[in-house]
Design a protein around this ligand. Structure first.
Ligand code: ADP
Ligand code: ADP
Length: 229
């Protein structure tokens, strides 16, 4: 479980100015693929088509063989965890925010997710631990810390597919690498990950797809792409 297939997917707001052109790729189950390229290349659009934030206009996107245009949005989103660029959190404690939507999750699982997202200390480092607030009434979290909460929430959800849209971009490079790597370890062979990022060096990916002006212009492993340079 966890195959993603884009078959000749194109997308536009204005037909004379295509945003994506004939995007075709297959992600085998359990692998991590990176969408890399400059701002405006179309990375977010691919991510958004995958969870049907946008309607599919041309081409077919399949998950585990099923055309995602044919399934209900709720059943699609049950299988997918999306970590966006900007996460809005509830004015409540960090654990609440990580657990959100999974009321029955054990504390231990919440903590493991927090550890993987490198925010565990933040939970523990206050005397009243559980009471660490994220909203205006309590402690403020930085953009990077919010991203980590969102990543922890997705890890706890344990979906078949995880989509990260510049989800670690508010963090310093080393922390980004650490989180990408722990995410990779946790999800190894069980979860298919698609990550959009401006830089390929951050990511531990099985395959990198380089996008430019809505087209895939290069693809390969890190090493293969370095050789071509
Ligand atoms: P990336 O994630 O690589 O930065 P995006 O997928 O966000 O790229 O954007 C791809 C292109 O689509 C950009 O040229 C952007 O300006 C354009 N775009 C995004 N949203 C809209 C919109 N609502 N209307 C028109 N153009 C848009
Ligand atoms: P983000 O970069 O946070 O994913 P968007 O996807 O909304 O933001 O927008 C990506 C780019 O598309 C931005 O540069 C934005 O200015 C541009 N854009 C967004 N909406 C429109 C629009 N309606 N028409 C033209 N460009 C747009």
């Amino acid at each position: 479980k966890g195959m993603v297939e884009f078959n000749n997917v194109s997308f536009y707001y204005d037909p004379s100015k295509p945003i994506l052109q004939n995007i075709t790729f297959v992600v085998p189950p359990g692998q991590t693929y990176a969408l890399v390229g400059p701002s405006g290349a179309g990375k977010s659009t691919i991510i958004r088509l995958l969870f049907r934030f946008y309607d599919i206009q041309e081409g077919v996107i399949r998950m585990d063989g099923q055309d995602i245009a044919m399934v209900t949005q709720s059943s699609l989103r049950q299988q997918i965890g999306v970590v966006p660029q900007d996460t809005v959190l509830f004015n409540n404690d960090i654990r609440y925010n990580i657990r959100y939507g999974r009321v029955s999750a054990e504390d231990e699982d919440v903590e493991n997710a927090a550890r993987a997202a490198d925010i565990h200390e933040r939970i523990l480092s206050f005397p009243e631990g559980y009471k660490t607030m994220v909203g205006e009434r309590g402690l403020k979290l930085s953009g990077g810390e919010k991203q980590r909460v969102a990543i922890a929430r997705t890890i706890l959800k344990a979906p078949n597919f995880i989509l990260l849209d510049e989800a670690t971009s508010a963090l310093d490079t080393q922390t980004e690498r650490n989180i990408q790597s722990s995410l990779g370890k946790i999800c190894e062979n069980r979860t298919t990950i698609i990550v959009a990022h401006r830089l390929s060096t951050i990511i531990h990916a099985d395959q990198i797809l380089v996008l430019k002006d809505g087209q895939i212009v290069e693809r390969g492993t890190h090493e293969e792409l370095l050789e071509k340079e």
